[in-house]
Design a binder for this molecule. Sequence first.
Ligand SMILES: [Zn+2]
Length: 459
Amino acid sequence: MNKGSVIRYIDDISYDITGICLEIWNNPEVSGMEKASANRYKKILKSNGFEIKEIPDMEHAFIGEFGKGPPVIAVLAEYDALPGLSQKLDTKYNPVEEKGPGHGCGHNLLGAAALGAALAVKRYLEESKKEGTIRFYGCPEEETLVGKVKMIKKGAFDGCDIALSWHPMNINTAMREAFLANNSIKFRFHGISAHAAQSPESGRSALDAVELMNVGANYLREHVIQEARIHYTITNAGGAPNIVPKEAESWYYVRAPYRKDVEEITERLIKVAKGAAMMTETEVEYEILGGTYEILPNDVLFELTYRNMLEVDLPAYTDEELKFAKDIQGTLNPKLVEGEIKKFISIEDDEKLFIHREVLEKEKVEKVVMLGSSDSGDVSWIMPMNFFLTATWPLGVPAHSWQATSASGSSLGVKGMLYAAKIFTAVAYDLLNDSSLVEKAKNEFNRRTKNRKYVSPLR
Ligand SMILES: [Zn+2]
């Protein structure tokens, strides 16, 4: 099998990959509940000769492995949905179930492309009798940003040489950097309850502490780096106005482009919490629920991915698909759409402005800003990892929207997913056939992590 025929194998198995992709879209399961989705992948991998390895105490995480010896290539799959983003395959807001879950981040596509690549690489390893191992990583709980962080802690990625990853989006591009590092922290204040009118002097309000901490955090905001984000909600504010609240709780996210900044700001935020407790004579405890790293760039893998994105044929669309994209786009703020088009599109043809139909030029990659967070970032700190996006949604459609749910269940989404599966396969083919690429990617990784080793955000 030459490279072209391995890539074309994705077309041969597209019926099966698309089937599982749409089954998962039709049966969305939120973080921590992805039982049926994980089982669907395990079943198909097992029937294709992959060995399934379970991850202890993580019911919906697993590895499907095929092959022998180095290089060991990991493809990352996710399959969790988002609460409240239920949506039918429609160009207007139309939930299947009011407030129900939906694939508004396209993780039904994300996992399916990884599956396609795993099956194609397996086929190639079998036919060529080459040395090499392909591992499909079933990663749950991405939307709560903990799945891969827990898997790393359990050593699930030990023995891998390189990780390959992607995300559904509204453009086709290889990425050098992406995501904000993040910490998710709950602060619990403990006070003394009392009758709020009769004996307020004997009460110590945990809610006062929460409010004073928020004031402090809002002043702290002025003195952190520009790119940092601090957001919070009050998850327990006491029960009734006539009782001085004995217990109160707030939930904070701290985000910044680099993990070191998140850690520093978190330490300062903890001081603010302690100050609020001191002012109100209450006590505070905090719990770091989770945290993630930003993606560590790897230029060797970036170049390799970019080259293969150009080499693999881009999807072609029917008039019907273009109309679907146009109608979905029409539900968005026109200024936002125009901004995206101006930033990324070089072609003039009006017809093509509904969906990204080229690979973003290298000079423009830095304009792609992904200000969310992902636990994929953590994987890039334990081994070299690539990362790319394909256009599965019309231009301008943001992640975590009903528009993204709808497009993720459409043929538009499926075509972007199959394109991603081919890119994965092409990159893996090159890695299996040129061991110097693996070496170079590893050398770069070692250089970049020489003075900064990965420390799990989960304490
Ligand atoms: Zn996502």
